[in-house]
Design a protein around this ligand. Structure first.
Ligand SMILES: *[C@@H]1O[C@H](CO)[C@@H](O)[C@H](O)[C@H]1NC(C)=O
Ligand SMILES: *[C@@H]1O[C@H](CO)[C@@H](O)[C@H](O)[C@H]1NC(C)=O
Length: 148
């Protein structure tokens, strides 16, 4: 019984801290450790119509940033399309600003998947820009927009 519980909680812990496979697209000021997309365990991750997709990026900074800015694109058939999102990274995104070099942080962003978006495959490009508008952090992962 106790043994089963240990296994169950180990499984649960694994599923809670699941990182998807992602590509770094030129993070100049951070080392990205993990990216969690709302419990997604198999790529492409599903972005479900009418729901919020929450992305959590764990990273360690190697640069100080006073005003980090969010930059989010969906790359559809090779064409980058800007995703409407609040540019400010210092409120509601779990970040402590300013970002200090050498510290580890968790960046959390939720996007609303409008039912009007077409059901297509998309490469999500999630970046945080530094004070010079350069990619402080940049990751890309494949997703698909679906009804479920
Ligand atoms: C991200 O960091 C948090 C806090 O340190 C940790 O609880 C979580 O498991 C990490 N996520 C992943 C996917 O490793
Ligand atoms: C999505 O997130 C926004 C902002 O946090 C919230 O107002 C809204 O109710 C959420 N929508 C869903 C479907 O969870």
């Amino acid at each position: 019984m106790a043994y089963t519980l240990v296994i169950l909680s180990a499984l649960l812990a694994t599923s809670l801290a699941n990182s998807i496979q992602f590509k770094d697209c030129g993070s100049a000021g951070a080392k990205v450790q993990s990216v969690d997309v709302g419990g997604c365990t198999t790529e492409p991750c599903h972005l479900v119509h009418g729901k919020n997709a929450t992305m959590v990026v764990n990273f360690t900074a190697s640069e100080d940033v006073t005003h980090p800015k969010n930059s989010l694109y969906g790359i559809i058939a090779g064409v980058p399309v800007k995703f409407p999102s609040n540019a400010d990274c210092c409120t509601g995104k779990n970040l402590v600003c300013p970002i200090k070099s050498g510290t580890s942080s968790q960046y959390s962003i939720a996007i609303y998947v409008s039912p009007e978006y077409p059901k297509i495959s998309v490469l999500v490009k999630l970046a945080v820009l530094d004070d010079n508008d350069k990619d402080f952090l940049c990751i890309v992962f494949p997703a698909t927009i679906t009804d479920s």
